[in-house]
Design a protein around this ligand. Structure first.
Ligand code: DUC
Ligand code: ZN
Ligand code: ZN
Length: 468
């Protein structure tokens, strides 16, 4: 089966050009100057003239059906990966979880079982370590060597749930330094945050906005700095800061990178577009929709502007979503009268490609940087390149034909995520996902779905190819 995507502007991390993309089976076999293609026959031809042809999006941070805060994220691997496909994402890297006291491999087996036969697009796992001990350290080696899991997330937040102390973090970093893995860090000082949360509740400050107020930027910056210092002690263990939201934390990452360190970071669309005052501070309990950690930051400070700048300068390498949706009904509502009981998380896996394209329209990023932050760098960072993340011969035929003249209006009535609200209700994007191709198969065309659950394959990942 062959497919020719004709006349589009192919966008890669290093430039754009009008070219025809020839696909045979699941792979791209040629990217050709259009003057060469009249002689080529293909089973199917898609006209992409006037449109961008980009590598399928890779969302390197999702939590489908994650058990958290006394409930579970409302998107399953079925609903969440289907929604991702609608939005031009053809690969996710989700998080398998080892809880404290659990065997790491048992946690992984549980996530393999959850995903088996469910995913619409290709998927891989990072491993959350919720209990770093000698067995867990040995398991890290085994996962890297045998399972294609080459990144491990640790938490400096959530004492009593996922929290690791500095000694545990250092030991995990030393192990990662030796086996080549990446340490991903949720960098917030959870011990101090818990004190602030308790004090706020004692004062009767129970509304959702206090979720943000009790997680100040200073405590994100402190934890980011501490993680960077611990990674330095672990002989420059590769470190990736997840969901970075505060200017002060970004400054710590920039300083480490300027010193030539293997320190990387991602941000998420919610921190680029949404704020403490306008969303988390919405009247009544409405703000619960935007309770996530790290929290949304103040519009009266320079966070969003600094994050866009960080994306331009590569101090922020990737935009992921931290997709972790909870419905208002029965889930977010658990925190009525006590913000600390609102399950933490925002859904957005369907909108990342569009929301960052809007950053191009608004003049924050170049087209090349759009593609780099949503597809190419995630592939390189997490050992999927060049199979994924680039339009070139030999790579998987994961392609998005993106229409810069279309528009997308985001809202709960039209999205495909299993959420009873949209975090971006009413937002208009000046662009539109047209056709989505996953390993040579058209799975979305003109808003219609042609994929099926179970077609997504588990990807064993290699080591990062992004290290300095
Ligand atoms: N932050 C969230 O908002 N949700 C899931 C886990 C996390 O770290
Ligand atoms: Zn986190
Ligand atoms: Zn997360």
């Amino acid at each position: 089966m062959s497919l020719l995507v004709k006349g589009g502007t192919v966008v890669g991390p290093t430039g754009t050009r009008v070219a025809d993309v020839l696909v045979e089976g699941e792979k791209i076999v040629a990217v050709l100057d259009p003057s060469f293609t009249p002689t080529i026959t293909a089973n199917e031809v898609i006209d992409a003239s006037g449109k961008y042809v980009i590598p399928g999006g890779i969302d390197a941070h999702t939590h489908m059906e994650m058990p958290f805060g006394g409930t579970s994220a409302s998107d399953t691997f079925d609903t969440g990966t289907r929604a991702a496909a609608y939005g031009g994402t053809t690969t996710i890297i989700d998080f398998a979880i080892q809880r404290t006291g659990e065997v790491v491999q048992d946690g992984l087996a549980a996530w393999r079982a959850k995903t088996e036969g469910e995913c619409h697009i290709d998927y891989a796992f990072h491993m959350i370590l919720g209990g770093v001990d000698t067995d867990a350290l040995k398991a890290m080696d085994q996962l890297v060597a045998d399972e294609g899991i080459t990144s491990f997330k640790l938490f400096m937040a959530y004492p009593g749930v996922f929290y690791s102390d500095d000694g545990q973090i250092l030991r995990a970093m030393q192990t990662a330094r030796a086996n080549g893995a990446m340490i991903m860090m949720h960098a917030e000082n959870g011990i101090a945050i818990d004190v602030l949360v308790q004090q706020a509740l004692e004062r009767g400050e129970t509304d959702p906005i206090y979720h943000g107020i009790t997680r100040p930027a200073a405590l994100e910056a402190e934890a980011t700095n501490r993680a960077i210092a611990l990674a330095e002690v672990a002989q420059d263990c590769p470190l990736y800061i997840v969901h970075l939201s505060a200017s002060q934390a970004l400054a710590k990452v920039a300083e480490a990178r300027d010193a030539g360190r293997n320190v990387f970071a991602e941000t998420c669309p919610q921190y680029l577009y949404l704020t403490l005052e306008d969303q988390l501070g919405a009247p009544g309990f409405e703000g619960a929709k935007w309770v996530c950690s790290t929290p949304l930051r103040s519009k009266h400070e320079s966070h969003a502007r600094d994050l866009w700048k960080g994306l331009r300068s590569n101090d922020l390498a990737i935009v992921s979503t931290d997709h972790c949706p909870f419905c208002m009904k029965d889930q977010k509502e658990m925190g009525i009268g006590d913000f600390s009981k609102i399950p933490n998380g925002i859904g957005g896996v369907e909108h990342r490609v569009d929301l960052i394209f809007q950053g191009v329209v608004d003049g924050h990023l170049s087209l090349e940087r759009w593609v780099e932050t949503i597809a190419t760098t995630p592939a390189r960072m997490f050992g999927l390149y060049p199979q994924k993340g680039i339009v070139q011969p030999g790579s998987d035929a994961d392609l998005v034909i993106y229409d810069p003249n279309g528009t997308t209006r985001i809202g709960v009535e039209t999205h495909h995520m299993n959420m009873d609200y949209s975090a971006y209700e009413g937002v208009e994007i000046q662009g539109r996902v047209g056709t989505v191709i996953s390993r040579g198969e058209v799975i979305v065309a003109d808003g219609n779905y042609h994929g099926r659950k179970g077609r997504g394959k588990f990807l064993k990942r290699g080591l990062s190819s992004y290290l300095m």
